[in-house]
Design a binder for this molecule. Structure first.
Ligand SMILES: [Fe+2]
Length: 334
């Protein structure tokens, strides 16, 4: 049964409304705004009928207070008004009330307005719940798709197993330290997760080669940036996704690839991934070599600050390095 809170300083109006509504609803009467606030501490009604003119706290004041409290702000309100002034009616609506009912109360009007408002709000709540559920499902599917793509890259070269997820983790942490919003940090995490997706298009003979690559093979390897950007170009949900993939091997001094961009011309997301990627490449243990001590890897980053890496992002990574979880690299040993 729906719960209604009726607030009116007239006992006659309260009694009349109670009589008309009690067979259909659970009704809480309140003789003043302060009494209503006490009731609201224990009961959240589905609808409030609120007298506009009351001594002490009047209807406007109560309404504004109600809307300022997040736990109560969604409760629909119908004003009870005594005069038939157009301005009063307009004020009720402009304040944000759903409707108004003139006093003296007419039974049919009261029952119909209450029923219609409750119907509308039930419908709206159901719709919101469905929407929330669908949004959750889409988000889950999106995250799982990203993870599947990232796993595909790592599966192609099992020796780098976990590289994508670690680069994503480091990039997200750098972004957090740089002051990005939570949402941006999440986006940066996913962009970094897919930075090497283009390796899917690099021949195994090149990707898995342990010895030094020939010039020709190195050219093929470099193509993973452009192949990756091509693979991801239609994903519009994640701004900067292609930039992260395409430019993560650019160097701050302009000697990187594929375009030889330098400094701030390299998208910031790519400058973040570059630091994270290099740190993991140095510290991760492979089956043919043990990972570098993180302290030495950090020295190496410092040495290349301003040449290979963006100085600000390098400094940021050095600041957070102590708190990072870099201990899982042994688990990747094959
Ligand atoms: Fe790469």
């Amino acid at each position: 049964m729906h719960k209604l809170l009726i607030i009116d300083d007239s006992k006659t109006v309260l009694n009349q409304a109670m009589m008309l509504l009690k067979d259909f609803y659970h009704v809480f009467p309140a003789i003043s705004g302060s009494t209503a606030l006490k009731i609201l501490e224990h009961h959240i009604p589905d609808l409030i009928l609120l007298d506009l003119l009351m001594p002490e706290m009047d209807g406007r004041e109560f309404f504004i207070l109600l809307k300022s409290r997040p736990e109560l702000s969604d409760i629909p309100v119908i004003f009870l008004i005594s005069d038939t002034n157009d301005q009063t009616e307009a004020e009720c609506i402009s304040l944000g009330a759903c409707d108004f009912i003139r006093k003296p109360i007419i039974k049919e009007v009261l029952l119909s307005r209450v029923e219609k408002t409750l119907e509308l709000f039930d419908y709206r709540r159901d719709l919101q719940q469905t929407l929330d559920e669908k949004t959750r499902q889409i988000e889950t599917a999106y995250i799982q798709t990203m993870a599947a793509l990232a796993n595909t890259i790592d599966a192609k070269d099992p020796d780098t197993n976990g590289h994508s997820i670690r680069v994503a983790y480091y990039s997200g942490q750098i972004a957090h330290q740089l002051g990005y919003s939570k949402e941006d940090c999440e986006n940066i995490y996913f962009i970094a997760l897919l930075h090497d997706v283009g390796k899917i298009g690099v021949p195994d003979s090149v990707l898995k080669k342990r010895d030094r690559l020939t010039e020709e093979e190195y050219e093929l390897m470099k193509q993973h940036t452009t192949i990756g950007a091509h693979i991801l170009k239609d994903i519009k949900m994640l701004p900067g996704l292609c930039d992260g993939t395409l430019y993560h091997h650019e160097r701050y001094d302009g000697t990187g690839y594929p375009n030889g961009l330098s400094g701030e011309a390299i998208p910031r997301i790519a400058r973040i991934i570059s630091v994270a990627d290099t740190f993991d490449a140095m510290t991760a243990t492979r089956c043919y070599r043990k990972g570098m001590d993180p302290k030495i890897a950090l020295e190496e980053l410092k040495r290349n600050r301003g040449t290979q890496f963006d100085p600000e992002i390098t400094d940021t990574f050095l600041e957070i390095a102590d708190g990072l979880e870099v201990s899982n690299h042994e688990a990747d040993l094959m």
